[in-house]
Design a protein around this ligand. Structure first.
Ligand SMILES: Cc1cc2nc3c(=O)[nH]c(=O)nc-3n(C[C@H](O)[C@H](O)[C@H](O)COP(=O)(O)OP(=O)(O)OC[C@H]3O[C@@H](n4cnc5c(N)ncnc54)[C@H](O)[C@@H]3O)c2cc1C
Length: 457
């Protein structure tokens, strides 16, 4: 009998899983249940900015699901999981039985409890509907509350739409979970030059609505006035439907290296999963799109009966705003490990490399886009940390020439390792024997590409 796979959530993790399952098993029955259409939240900023139309946000339509023979029910919320009867309950009373189940329910924005900021008096920017609400509301002057990763992913879009934008952050610096003080100072200076008004070290005590205006009372005594207030104060995994199911949760759904929960045959992936991370002996929610895709594919492989082990996602945050880029990886903030730093204040360039012996285990890169993207340095630093290659004598070379990542990357053979380990960007244990069928290594390699792969300068 064909296996019955059920996936909850049609975000990037759920879609990656559905496609992988179909790749691996033509006969399997696949049901995808979600309470939103299939789309990628990550492209919402381009939609807000007006650079793409709404239809470009979606990752699948009815025809696509039909072609893949996936039974998609995308206006349906799952209200419960019955692990002993092995079925999910839908709002409305229907239930669906499964042999394997994937929880890919993502996360939602978690509003800070600011008096007066309930309901429509403030906006979230997390879902497609939120994006539409923002565009429909007056937004000439906007305050974004929170200066973390999510605030920064929408910052360019908001700055593009609004005439004046303020950011309020309770911590003493912007991006406190992503950058150190030096990096943040350079970025703050750049953004202030671009007209962003940044208020750090102060909290919003109260929000008052007067006619169409919002007045924010800050703990430092200042007030700000705006047409719209966007709350970017954190996100929380969607787990409420799991209450009483016996599936173990902490901040997210706890999963092992197979991305399986404590219940056999039930897996979790993406923003709702709390799984392995590289370089750390703990499980974390790692709410970024690349991890959601890796999780979705890996979990699907295991649902299809493979034995693919996920060694862990690399903690990373990469963003670009106002032609300035910032990236941090792995143990970037470690005070105990040895670090190499280089700073050029005038050029607003800063790098920090964190070492464990001759291996890079963390790092920060910030600088103007032309100085980072042109060199592909973000990708190369990520590759060196993710593969954990021993650099031997190249460690001292990098310490003496911290801007020359390319030579070290080529010499280390990191590119080849990345390609050999898997075509999923997370690493898998040897013998995992899983490869996405439709994706093959490049057959024709340019000279430049060959150099990167073979390590021969
Ligand atoms: C504006 C914005 C910009 C971003 N930019 C970046 C970026 O630049 N880089 C990056 O790496 N990441 C970015 N992210 C984060 C990235 O989008 C998420 O990590 C990713 O969407 C996670 O995918 P997922 O499939 O786990 O969850 P989601 O995309 O959240 O999908 C989960 C789906 O499950 C549905 N669901 C939840 N509960 C139920 C239920 N009980 N029944 C049925 N369905 C349910 C949800 O409604 C949702 O449709 C951004 C996010 C936002 C909002």
């Amino acid at each position: 009998m064909a296996k019955r796979h059920v996936i909850i959530g049609a975000g990037v993790a759920g879609m990656a899983a559905a496609r992988t399952l179909r790749d691996l098993d033509e006969q399997a029955s696949i049901t995808l249940v979600g309470n939103e259409p299939a789309y990628a939240r990550m492209v919402l900023p381009y939609y807000i900015e007006g650079r793409i139309e709404e239809r470009a946000v979606f990752t699948a339509d009815a025809t696509h699901f039909e072609t893949l023979k996936i039974d998609a029910r995308l206006d349906t919320r799952v209200s419960a999981v019955d692990t002993s009867a092995r079925r999910i309950e839908l709002e409305g009373g229907e239930s669906i039985e499964f042999d394997t189940l994937l929880l890919a329910t993502g996360s939602r924005s978690a509003r800070a409890p600011i008096p007066g900021a309930e309901g429509d008096s403030a906006l979230d920017l997390w879902t497609l509907q939120d994006a539409k609400n923002f565009l429909a509301a007056p937004h000439g002057e906007v305050v974004i509350v929170g200066a973390g990763f999510i605030a920064f992913t929408v910052l360019d879009a908001v700055m593009h739409r609004a005439e004046r934008v303020h950011v309020v952050e309770v911590e003493p610096q912007i991006l406190p979970n992503m950058l150190d003080e030096t990096a943040t100072e350079l970025m703050t200076a750049h953004l202030r030059d671009r007209g962003l008004s940044i208020h750090t070290g102060t909290r919003v005590d109260r929000l008052e609505t007067t006619g169409d205006r919002r007045i924010l009372h800050l703990s430092n005594g200042e007030t700000l006035s705006a047409d719209a207030v966007v709350l970017a104060t954190g996100v929380r995994p969607n787990l409420d439907f799991l209450e009483g199911s016996g599936i173990e949760t902490d901040i997210g759904v706890l999963v092992d290296g197979l991305l399986q929960t404590n219940v056999e045959g039930i897996f979790a992936a993406g923003d709702c999963a709390q799984g392995p991370v590289l370089h750390l002996n703990e499980r974390r929610v790692h709410a970024i799109q690349p991890t959601a895709v890796d999780h979705g594919r890996l979990a699907a492989a295991n649902m299809a009966g493979q034995n693919a082990t996920f060694e862990g996602s690399l903690i990373m945050n990469i963003l670009a705003t106002q032609a300035f880029e910032a990236a941090s990886f792995g143990l970037w903030g470690s005070d105990e490990l040895e670090t190499t730093r280089v700073e050029n204040t005038a050029g607003r360039i800063y790098r920090r490399y964190v070492w464990d012996g001759d291996r890079l285990v963390g790092g920060i890169l910030v600088g103007p886009t032309h100085a980072l993207s042109g060199q592909n340095d973000v990708g190369m630093l990520k590759g060196l940390i993710q593969t954990g290659v021993a650099l031997g004598p190249w460690r001292s070379y990098l310490e003496e020439n911290p801007l020359d990542l390319r030579r070290v990357f080529v010499a280390s053979g990191a590119a080849k390792r990345l390609l050999d380990s898997t075509l999923l960007s997370g690493r898998m244990t040897e013998g995992g024997a899983f490869r996405i069928g439709a994706q093959k290594a490049m057959r024709t390699r340019s000279e430049h590409h060959t150099t990167l792969l073979t390590g021969a300068p």
